[in-house]
Design a protein around this ligand. Structure first.
Ligand code: ATP
Ligand code: MN
Ligand code: MN
Length: 338
């Protein structure tokens, strides 16, 4: 038995953006439990609960050693009553009963399967479940009308639910670089998303494209997409125009945390390497790829925004908001001007 005095107490900032978080996690038993409950909340459109569990999970991930006693958590920020209850359960019983019953529930399983289809969100999945659709088989036989994204998502379901490796991300990076070089010399491609944060796998690959000369990037996306399409690299693509250009009455206000950059949600057809080729019989696999184009003047902000993670971005906004509120009115006006 370890006495209370011997148990290390932690001191951490309550803002994820003010902490150093390494990739090794000493508390994966706790972060897995909290992340699953966050995911379940998000799948049920309970965003507030989702954020609370995500913050708690991010905090546990930032701790320098393994937590073995509730007393170590005294005074730590970001841990609500519910999260503490879950942590206590895991520390005492090895598992959280709430996590276990969630995992077993028919609704959670169906939400996972259905939202695992590219193009299907929590709302659509919920509607299908209410119509008695719990799996892909039932969906295929239901006669539901699927949009283009969902059809593609269903067709490439297994590939798209297989994590993307760093090697695959790099292979796609080379293709994107080649596309960009072919349509506008001097353009630059940056890997963003989870891979830029050092993750070894991801659910997709994210790229940001720009050109060192302001304005040259206008019209770049359709050309890149056309090149990729002509070379047979795309199984699906949907390009969303820059929202500045879209609105007729001046700049449009983007939806809360969406930015205004032109983007392309796509599915790439990636030819497999020799080793993987022999393991399965298919010589290619489908990979989700996000492309974003930004002018060079916005490039730094775009890299930040598209590198994430979501928790870091959410908390960075809160942190900056509090900084702004704690300054004088004069300074605040200056900040607004800036
Ligand atoms: P994964 O490895 O699972 O892909 P990820 O962190 O790369 O994890 P993504 O969903 O690919 O997650 O998102 C990458 C970044 O892009 C996130 O930080 C997110 O905030 C940002 N992002 C995603 N969608 C949008 C969007 N529509 N508008 C603005 N930013 C977005
Ligand atoms: Mn990503
Ligand atoms: Mn993405």
């Amino acid at each position: 038995q370890i006495s209370e005095a011997e148990v290390a107490l932690f001191s951490v900032s309550s803002y994820a953006c003010q902490r150093r978080t390494t990739l090794d996690n000493h508390n994966s038993n706790l972060t897995d439990a909290l992340s699953l409950l966050a995911e379940n909340a998000e799948l049920n459109n309970e965003d507030g609960r989702g954020v609370a569990f995500r913050r708690a999970a991010a905090l546990m991930k930032a701790l320098p050693t393994q937590v073995i006693s509730m007393s170590q958590l005294r005074g730590l920020p970001c841990l609500g009553e519910h999260s503490l209850r879950v942590i206590k359960d895991v520390l005492e019983n090895g598992v959280s009963s709430e996590v276990e019953s969630t995992k077993q529930s028919k609704r959670y399983k169906a939400l996972k399967i259905l939202t695992g289809i590219f193009g299907v969100g929590a709302k659509t999945a919920d509607r299908w479940i209410r119509e008695g659709i719990y799996n892909l088989e039932q969906l295929r036989h239901s006669g539901q009308t699927l949009n283009r994204a969902q059809k593609s998502g269903l067709e490439h379901y297994d590939d798209l639910n297989e994590p993307v490796t760093k090697a695959e991300a790099d292979a796609i990076g080379e293709i994107v670089q080649k596309a960009v070089d072919s349509v506008l010399t001097g353009s630059q491609v940056a890997l963003t998303g989870g891979f830029r944060r050092g993750k070894l796998t991801g659910h997709d690959v994210d790229f940001l494209i720009t050109h060192p000369e302001e304005g040259k990037e206008v019209g770049l996306m359709p050309k890149v997409v056309a090149w990729l399409e002509s070379q047979g690299f795309l199984l699906y693509q949907k390009t969303t125009r820059n929202s500045y250009l879209e609105s007729k009455d001046g700049p449009a206000r983007p939806a809360s945390n969406m930015d205004r950059f032109e983007r392309c949600f796509s599915i790439f057809k990636l030819t497999k390497g020799k080793e993987q080729e022999t393991a399965s019989h298919k010589i290619w696999r489908a990979v989700r790829v996000d492309l974003v184009v930004s002018p060079i003047s916005q490039f730094a902000f775009a890299v930040l925004g598209w590198t994430g993670s979501k928790v870091i971005l959410h908390q960075r906004r809160r942190y900056l908001l509090i900084l702004v509120w704690s300054t004088s009115l004069h300074q605040r006006e200056m900040l607004e001007v800036a």
